[in-house]
Design a binder for this molecule. Structure first.
Ligand code: PRP
Length: 215
């Protein structure tokens, strides 16, 4: 490896996805010892040998770092990509973090989705919710942005339905809610900055090729 090779920087969405991404990268021989130290408060980790850097960010910020080129590569859920609408190449479906974006609510709310009624929709994903109701269903709705525990919406009377991620369905079940409509399937994706894709074409394409081969 040449001495003046520049670093390729990865932005990973904090949490489950980051862990699975590091496991996947390890499978193709890319590791980062520094990152395994659970106690560390460091934000950025380096693999000097391979000239790679890694940092962890809040999921919605990952596409932002990649669009601006602060990270060359990002790994984040498709939900976040749809919601943030940032410019980047989506190059790989990593196959983990599989779940569905759905309209959910009490059984009784099913009727409200049939007649273009003005209803209240709570979601952590206002853009996805708006696109689905306005452009796909042609139903004018009132969208209320929440930051988590969205299932509370219909339970406490804030909204008629929610637009949220369903993985196992147990959160819905334990709260007396159901999937009423499916919006789209989701999973973890790898994204690449548009300039990096050209400037570092060889190294990035090699990485994509090896991951694709492994997947
Ligand atoms: C997500 C999502 C649901 C739950 C779905 O929440 O918003 O609440 O997971 O998973 P399940 O179908 O397997 O029950 P998350 O844990 O990310 O936290 P949040 O509610 O704060 O968004």
């Amino acid at each position: 490896m040449s001495k003046d090779m520049r670093y390729i920087t990865f932005a990973l969405a904090k949490g489950r996805l980051a862990k699975k991404t590091l496991d996947l990268l390890a499978k193709i021989g890319i590791t980062c010892e520094e990152m395994k130290d659970k106690e560390t408060r460091k934000l950025i980790f380096v693999n000097e040998e391979l000239k790679l850097k890694f940092f962890l960010a809040k999921a919605p910020d990952v596409p932002t770092y990649v669009e601006y080129g602060a990270a060359d590569i990002g790994v984040v859920g498709k939900d976040t990509l749809l919601e943030e609408g940032r410019r980047a190449y989506e190059v790989l479906d990593l196959g983990f973090g599989k779940c569905r974006m759905c309209v959910c609510g009490p059984e009784s709310a099913a009727e409200l989705l049939k007649h273009h009624e003005m209803i209240r929709v709570a979601s952590k994903y206002p853009r996805i919710a708006k696109d689905y109701f306005y452009n796909k269903k042609h139903q004018t709705v009132d969208i209320i942005k929440l930051n988590g525990s969205v299932e509370l919406g219909p339970i406490v009377g804030l909204s008629d339905v929610i637009v949220d991620i369903v993985e196992t369905g147990s959160t819905l079940k334990e709260n007396g809610l159901k999937v009423l409509e499916e919006i789209c399937p989701l999973s973890a994706r790898m994204i690449v900055n548009q300039v990096s894709m050209k400037m570092e074409a060889d190294r990035i394409k090699e990485l994509i090729y090896r991951l694709r081969e492994y997947l």
